[in-house]
Design a protein around this ligand. Structure first.
Ligand SMILES: O=P(O)(O)OC[C@H]1O[C@H](O[C@H]2O[C@H](CO)[C@@H](O)[C@H](O)[C@H]2O)[C@H](O)[C@@H](O)[C@@H]1O
Length: 384
């Protein structure tokens, strides 16, 4: 596929977020973009392993990850010269975006490649279709975005792939013309197509959706439901004294939010979560944007969900299909990787700061995602 803008990218493929935690510290400490050298080599460490024996080491490992998980919002800090800092940040972003070009400025290149192909759209929800907000219950998408997604789904097979529970993300998006994969792809409603691999899968069952349409329901982690429910209740009980924490039941996984928790208590929240997980060796801990996520130890993620949906749609292993995945978070990297490795299609990372990624392109924020979707529809209409 001749879409690679960054074939010779020196950026490491490993998924450790760039250390953002220096932003806002003293003027003498290195800013986070110092992690890049002038030729954009990332010099951040490879993924850490967390020793099992010493709890305090484990917790401090998770604490580092939690601090790195999301760039802080710009705050006025007396100790640093913000004008210089933001100029440097802008310069760094401009260098980064040469490696991961904007999908809007590269639109012609993308559509030239897409000509004559079926474009399949995979969209993450939080941070992609809706802006990141403090309260996860208030992550509404705008009606303009809803219209853009609805129009896109009228021309391209479109699926939402979210860490939220399927019902919840469906509720936020409110459109029936899409396919939905909740719980990081562990809960998929897809079309009924003539795919033996999909319909013979042990976790795939025929069902009907709310509109009475026949669908394929795929829940590879269904046996974990009681365990997840139990852990959810323990987490609620054991974190209720940590001001600002929030535990969210995402059906096949649980999110522990610390966005509103004082940073001084982040080690406490990590400690409580790790303590509970000691009794559940079949669950694992990952992290996203100011959130710890507890999920089953199964070989399933958003990348596998993309493969499954392509297969369900009868669009897998075809040269005339171009899957595009748009997402902002670490968990979206599994999908970017699947598309990149197979040379199947490409990912678009939504980020306003430089990050390591397996995506090919970038967009700064959900508003740009909306523009991109609108442009795709406009292009498709002229193509027909
Ligand atoms: O896969 P996604 O659709 O991106 O879901 C990932 C997590 O998104 C939500 O949390 C994030 O967005 C919240 C609302 O903007 C924000 O408050 C939080 O800090 C972010 O981590 C959702 O609440 C989680 O359950 C999802 O796992």
């Amino acid at each position: 596929m001749d879409l690679k803008p960054n074939l010779n990218s020196p950026v490491l493929a490993d998924q450790v977020p760039v250390n953002m935690s220096n932003l806002g510290r003293s003027a003498t400490s290195a800013p986070y973009w110092a992690a890049f050298s002038s030729n954009l080599h990332l010099t951040i460490p490879k993924r850490r392993t967390f020793p099992n024996k010493l709890d305090d080491v484990r917790i401090s490992g998770w604490l580092d990850a939690m601090q790195e998980s999301s760039p802080p919002r710009k705050k006025i800090n007396k100790d640093i010269n913000f004008d210089t800092a933001s100029e440097e940040a802008d310069a760094l972003y401009l260098s980064w975006v040469k490696i991961y070009p904007s999908a809007i400025s590269s639109f012609e290149k993308i559509t030239n490649y897409a000509k004559g192909k079926t474009v399949a759209l995979f969209l993450d929800y939080d941070g992609t279709l809706s802006p990141i907000v403090d309260n996860p219950e208030h992550a509404f998408m705008s009606s303009a975005m809803r219209t853009a997604v609805k129009n896109a789904a009228g021309y391209f097979p479109t699926a939402i792939i979210s860490g939220r529970s399927r019902d919840k993300v469906h509720g936020f998006v409110g459109l029936n013309e899409l396919y939905y994969a909740g719980s990081h792809g562990m809960d998929i409603i897809g079309p009924v197509k003539d795919s033996k691999r999909v319909s013979n899968h042990p976790n795939s069952i025929r069902s009907t959706d709310e509109q009475g349409k026949e669908v394929n329901l795929f829940q590879p982690a269904s046996e974990f439901l009681p365990m997840i429910d139990e852990v959810f209740r323990s987490l609620i009980k054991n974190t209720k004294d940590i001001l600002g924490s929030k535990v969210e039941n995402n059906k096949f996984c649980v999110s522990v939010h610390y966005r509103l928790v004082d940073e001084k208590s982040w080690d406490l929240i990590a400690q409580r979560v790790l303590d509970i997980l000691k009794d559940y060796p079949r669950l694992r801990l990952t992290y996203g944007r100011k959130v710890l996520e507890i999920r089953p130890v199964i070989d399933w993620n958003k990348g596998r969900a993309v493969e499954f949906l392509l297969e369900s749609l009868g669009l897998n292993d075809r040269d005339d299909v171009l899957p595009i995945y748009v997402g902002d978070d670490r968990t979206d990297e599994d999908a970017f990787k699947v598309l990149r490795v197979g040379g199947k299609g490409f990912g678009i990372l939504v980020s306003s700061v430089p990050k390591e990624t397996n995506a090919y392109y970038s967009l700064r924020e959900p508003l740009e995602v909306m523009d991109f979707l609108i442009s795709l529809v406009r292009w498709k209409k002229t193509e027909m």
